[in-house]
Design a protein around this ligand. Sequence first.
Ligand SMILES: NC(=O)c1ccc[n+]([C@@H]2O[C@H](COP(=O)([O-])OP(=O)(O)OC[C@H]3O[C@@H](n4cnc5c(N)ncnc54)[C@H](OP(=O)(O)O)[C@@H]3O)[C@@H](O)[C@H]2O)c1
Length: 282
Amino acid sequence: MAVLRAINHEVSTGGEKSAIDMPAIGLGVWMMNEPGECYRSVSNAISIGYRLIDTARAYGNEREVGDAVRGCGVPREELTIVTKLRRVHATGYESTIKNCKLSLELLGLEYIDLYLVHAPPEDQTAREPVWRAMEDLLSEGIVRSIGVSNYGIHHLDQLRTHANILPSVNQVELNPWIQRPKLHEATRSIGALTMAYSPLARGQKARDQQLERLCEGQGFTAPQAAIKWCLDNGAVVIPKSSHPGRQLENIQSMEIDISGIMEEVNRLDSNHVSGWDPTVEP
Ligand SMILES: NC(=O)c1ccc[n+]([C@@H]2O[C@H](COP(=O)([O-])OP(=O)(O)OC[C@H]3O[C@@H](n4cnc5c(N)ncnc54)[C@H](OP(=O)(O)O)[C@@H]3O)[C@@H](O)[C@H]2O)c1
């Protein structure tokens, strides 16, 4: 399994405060709403080789993720578990600490590998204390790495004005139909990785005819090409599937070569937002 290094840099020294190796591909578990669906999906994914699971308090399934992780038989240290501070909880220092500890309890784990601020806090005065709490969670070892999600370039710039520790990851929607080269570059410039969510645009592009045509005769499917495009652009990618066959199809994207169609795939960019886009908010 290919791994990428997610590093939290210290602003004062420029050195590493913390670094974790994370698999380049993981399973997203948003919209696994049937009782047991998330448990079954995570258990199956781990059994076929997934080692990163991306959940969030907002998805309502941290408990099922934790049950599957504890029951899977793979040593905890081989798994990367990502969860997120819900936007409505990103109101201040205490709320951030309290909700991270509650996530840990729901997961039933001793630590979280990567904890993300799900989106820029709506109350702009809360952004500094929320990030200070994230830094303290990292220093205490409750989380192994801290990052953000749905941060635009101006949010990253603002964070830099008060942060002691920079995020290791910015998780944003990224796929061939929304390529965001400037945001990707801004994320790289603070030493963070881009984590690509909705690589199939929430499934809206899983049967995209243009991409399917490009993939004809190539020996791979359109969803695989979209996922590999994210990987080839240096992003960690977290496709969601509750379906064992599609989970396998998606993880096998790691092994395909899309260099022959890369230029055409690059031309699919249409700034397609599949759902929400807090990166453009104030
Ligand atoms: N930070 C954020 O704000 C944020 C926002 C959105 C998502 N995320 C994270 O990113 C993960 C992935 O994004 P997403 O769930 O929005 O969408 P996605 O991964 O782009 O697409 C998921 C949809 O595509 C279908 N699908 C998956 N693989 C397929 C394949 N090989 N062929 C055909 N259809 C396929 C799935 O159906 P089946 O399940 O039936 O296969 C599901 O309906 C989420 O689960 C979540 O962890 C984060």
